[in-house]
Design a protein around this ligand. Sequence first.
Ligand SMILES: [Zn+2]
Length: 165
Amino acid sequence: MGTWLTNNKDIIGIALAVIGLAVTAYTVATARTSQRRDAFMRMHEVLLLPEIQEGRRLLYQVDAIDDVPSQNTIEYQKINRALAIFDTLGHYVRRGHVDRREALELWHHSLVDLKPPAETFIQARKSKHRSEWTPWPRLRWLMSEAAAYRSKEDCCKARQTPGSV
Ligand SMILES: [Zn+2]
């Protein structure tokens, strides 16, 4: 046994190094998964805050640009905040801080329903701020991802596939 160890110490050393690397890689991957889960849970809690829900509810009432509340109202600020949070979620998903599938699984229908009034609100905001830039590009990206997303749950059963309309 002693001779075998002496003869094979290079191989044993390499094997131990490989095992060490594998353990490190596993630990890093597990920590990343857990960090992503924590980040999503925190975002999810924020998205469910009453004032953010109220912002979404107010946004659903916007059919045309004239329905957008005046800029200095609480209603406008609530809608603004609700959309800004989704923009942040889009940013986190794109950066890999939050798992794309997890975010879309829980929010795809809200994002799809939100798209028409959100686009109207964005147009109103652009004209009111008299700015050239279009706000919340990550929100718009997230809304288009949601439009293409199909859940395996019952919620999507009646939904038509993109392009079939
Ligand atoms: Zn669905």
